[in-house]
Design a binder for this molecule. Sequence first.
Ligand SMILES: O=P(O)(O)OC[C@H]1O[C@@H](O)[C@H](O)[C@@H](O)[C@@H]1O
Length: 319
Amino acid sequence: MSDAEEFQLPEWAQLIDQGGPRERYVAATPMGEFTVHTHGGQVTSWVGHGRERLWTSETAEYAVGKAIRGGIPVIFPWFANGPGGERKPSHGLARLATWELAGWGTTDEPDDTMDLQFDLGEQDLDPSLRNTGDWPSGVRAHVQVEIGADALIIRLTLVNYTDEPVSCEAALHTYLAVADVEDAVIEGLDGVRFYDKVARREDVTDQPVPFGDEVDRIYETKEPVVLCDGTHSLRVGGQLGSSDAGPRPAQTVVWNPGRDKGPGIADISDWRGFVCIEAAAIGVDALVIPPAGSGGGDVPFGFSTLTQTLTLLPTEQLR
Ligand SMILES: O=P(O)(O)OC[C@H]1O[C@@H](O)[C@H](O)[C@@H](O)[C@@H]1O
């Protein structure tokens, strides 16, 4: 199915470079601009208040079987190598697949927004990744990328058409642009328990995140955090929802490879230029996607959502 044949694109969106992993949609709206590559259903640019807010590597590879380094990779159905540590490829299948444009929308005042929506099912995977038992059968993934005057909201919805609950992991692996990671500060993590993937232990501290060193932490956050790089500030919040339960906070993963490992990663052009702040549902906090009918009535599906909201803070507008 060709996206362009299925949908009449709105005048603010444009399809560029048809075919292959460089194919992308650019949405140029009065609130700013964003780009989504169909490879990975991955946001690769967000220009808000006239400035690029995401980091995408200058040496990123746009190739079948490779994940694009930067932007907002969609991680599903497992994080890293999964709960048991044996699953491959790292970070699941969704970021390697070609997603299809599924729709677009707008809302009016008082909260003007515009969005593009993308869809992925098992049959859209590369043939080598299909029917292996790795993709949860009967589940479809949906991504909505919504831009507002001060925010970008990305929502991953996992729809379960089966009669059984489905367990999976998911993350929105956002690479945020910073002037220099060693000057970056994340507010809102003091006293928040985290699993330190570098030290391999649980910890809690009120010391600043030691950027410059390798940082790889899964925080049990309850509230949004704020990223400041000395000049700009952005609030980052993650939330989970489902057809059978109210909203709850997502975990927050903070990652930067640091001065020892960063320079050795070929598709990272500048390890100092980003901080990953990811909304996640991992391990004991993995998602259980409710079955069909879980929302009541005869609804033929259940669903879980993982949403990340990136908000430019008011001080930004005063610059
Ligand atoms: O190189 P990848 O597969 O994109 O992963 C990057 C990083 O992603 C983070 O989410 C993980 O916590 C890190 O452990 C990992 O190194």
